[in-house]
Design a protein around this ligand. Sequence first.
Ligand code: NAD
Length: 293
Amino acid sequence: MKVAFLGLGNMGLPMALNLIKAGHQVHGFDLVQSQLDAFKAGGGIPVQSATEAAKDADVIISMLPASRHVEALYLGDAGLLATANPKALLIDCSTISPKVSQAVAAAAKIKGFAMIDAPVSGGTAGAQAGTLTFMVGGDASALECARPLLEKMGKNIFHAGASGSGQTVKVCNNMLLGIQMLGTSEALRLGIANGMDPKVLSDIMSKSSGRNWALELYNPCPGVMESAPSSKGYAGGFGVDLMLKDLGLATENAGDLEASVPLGELSRKLYEAHSKAGNGQLDFSSVFNLKAD
Ligand code: NAD
């Protein structure tokens, strides 16, 4: 299967490399040259535009930062819906607004493309290990066509429902994750202020009712977990600005539906303050260092 992979960042690069390892020919494009170089070093075929990557592809996968990047890639006169072969299956793995995801999929359908939204969970470690969780929205038949590829990049593949519902699940999940990371940081800080060793505190809470993913697998306190971004200067991982974007998606979506998300709102404000203090590019667990008023 010939694959076009668009967006070779923290997540896209290791996902594309897993497809190459599984024997697929992958043409890739990213705006950043160093990402293209790393892709080439891993056996990928780097090209100079999305249109060139998509030419002759059986499957086009996008892994871009936000809604506007996805709209720009697919829509408009120069977008892939106008230039690619409608036989290609479109898989958007970016985390974007459910509304935008539905609109792009509807435009794709009009042009004769099958398209699914397939945002992921599992972080950069999951992307490298090929153990991501995929939350898929769209027709079941399109998911079945995509499944052999998704299985090379992930371990759990869920059909959430109609187009856009993969994004809805992802937005709910990340709102919860953002809240959990703040709560975990606050609890660890309180323990440390009491003179506790954060590792002892984390070990005990991980076996108690406060246990959660941020505490157990992505501990925000430096030195507790060697493999976590917190122990590597909060480099790589999942950026503060990406979490801020996802909390923005959650609160916007809640506003559209008049759903109440007070903790989501508060979390968005706290990550915003952290980003404004110059931390937008750090991993989101760096919110451990936020000094809120
Ligand atoms: P990233 O910023 O590291 O990578 C995005 C890449 O897209 C960049 O390399 C950028 O140069 C490239 N890009 C932007 N516009 C492009 C275009 N028009 N054509 C080609 N390339 C383009 O972000 P990431 O961490 O890889 O995240 C990607 C998506 O996955 C986001 O929507 C994010 O919310 C989501 N996500 C991230 C994580 C994580 O842990 N990092 C986990 C789950 C989901």
